[in-house]
Ligand binder design. Structure first.
Ligand code: PLP
Length: 397
């Protein structure tokens, strides 16, 4: 069958693929430890589940407005005001089936053939593919571990062309855990504004910051920046609600209206039941988040310390999200029984087979000398997984 050319430009999400592979191995009875997963392992908070159940019982089970319920939009407005000091009107908010869906609607509504979108690497796997699916050109900007994997104003400036249309900022970031400070964001915003770029600010890991760091939304730098920024966020990571599929975007009214139209012609509204649950999450206080951050912080330190003890692996301390992103360049080229491990993908394949640990190789994020380890799994798993990896690495010649 002759498929549309655009499909040939993209590949299935590697993180979802590897997670599915690990789950399939587990279903076959293989004792595999999953460090690939991009979701918190804690259960959705009970009051949030109860709100979903109440929605079903009360018959809140029909279509809602395509762009989301007024009630949830209000909860999002309140959240953005409370946490970021940002004021929006309801017409500037879109509720989608996950932050990923908000980003996709944005790409559909904003990107045309030949448009360039500047994406700092290491990047979240879906950014380049969503741009490609919409006939745009991802312009990948390499950032360095030595400078905290930060895009800067100067780096952005070097990649701007007359075709540049937008820049993506993801703080705290997946896969590196990088968190941008105000000064760096100011530098990026200055360049973006001067060149008329839209700033796409993916803040889905906002609540997962450690060592007392406070999240700064680039949109909060002033009215001019806010007017050129789309903030994308959601309840998946902060409230352990990945399966409920609720995300949102807040930004310029005309753009949000266009994104809402796209959504109305593709998926209609996000699930009515999940919208009720998301209201309960956003209005329910920060107790669950505090618990999540305390637990993830413990695991973060333990995992980074353990990784740094494995010969050939070097891991910086991530500032946010729930991933460790160690450099494994020294292991590439070493020999496994089946031959040399020429790439991070080959190394991840070796570790899946020999150490029964699932990880995502750095190629997926535009960082071919790294592996991504999620610590959204229990301490026992982390301890056992690191032991197995250590043993498997020591068997390499
Ligand atoms: C950086 C980043 N943005 C967006 C998303 C999508 O989240 P959601 O579950 O809200 O679609 C993810 C999920 O892994 C992510 O890592």
């Amino acid at each position: 069958m002759k498929l549309a050319q655009r499909v040939g430009r993209i590949s299935p999400s590697p993180t979802l693929r590897i997670t599915a592979e690990a789950k399939a191995m587990a279903a076959r009875g293989v004792d595999v430890i999953d460090f690939a997963s991009g979701e918190p392992d804690l259960d959705t908070p009970l009051p949030v589940k109860d709100a979903g159940i109440a929605a079903i019982r009360s018959g809140f089970t029909k279509y809602t407005a395509a762009g989301g319920t007024d009630e949830l939009k209000q909860a999002v407005l309140d959240k953005l005001k409370r946490d970021q000091g940002l004021s929006y009107d309801k017409s500037q908010v879109l509720i989608s089936s996950g932050a990923k869906h908000s980003l996709y609607n944005l790409a559909q509504a904003f990107i045309e053939a030949g448009d360039e979108v500047i994406i700092p690497a290491p990047y979240w796997v879906s950014y380049p593919d969503q741009v490609l699916l919409n006939d745009g050109t991802p312009v990948i900007v390499q950032t360095e571990e030595a400078t905290g994997f930060h895009l800067t104003g100067a780096l952005l400036e070097r990649h701007v062309t007359p075709r540049s249309k937008a820049v993506i900022v993801n703080s705290p970031g997946n896969p590196t855990g990088a968190a941008y400070d105000r000064k760096t964001l100011e530098g990026i915003a200055e360049v973006a504004l001067r060149h008329g770029l839209l700033i796409i600010s993916d803040e889905i890991y906002e609540k997962l910051l450690y060592d007392g760091l406070m999240h700064v939304s680039i949109a909060s730098l002033g009215p001019e920046v806010q007017a050129r920024t789309v903030v994308v966020n959601g309840v998946s990571k902060a409230y352990s609600m990945t399966g409920w599929r609720i995300g949102y975007a807040a930004g310029p009214k005309d753009l949000i209206a266009a994104m809402t139209t796209v959504q109305s012609q593709s998926t209609s509204n996000p699930t009515s039941i999940s919208q009720k649950a998301a209201v309960a999450a956003l209005n329910g206080g920060d107790a669950f988040i505090k618990e999540l951050v305390t637990e993830f912080d413990r695991r973060r330190r333990y995992m980074v310390e353990g990784l740094n003890k494995i010969p050939g692996i070097r891991c910086a301390m991530p500032k946010g999200a729930f991933y460790a992103f160690p450099h494994v360049g020294q292991l590439l080229g070493r020999r496994a029984p089946d031959g040399p491990l020429a790439s991070a993908t080959a190394l991840a394949g070796y570790l899946l087979k020999e150490a029964r640990t699932a990880l995502v190789p750095g190629e997926a994020f535009g960082a071919p000398e790294y592996l991504r380890f999620s610590y959204a799994t229990g301490m026992q798993n982390i301890a056992a997984g690191l032991d197995r990896i250590d043993a498997a690495v020591r068997r390499l010649s």
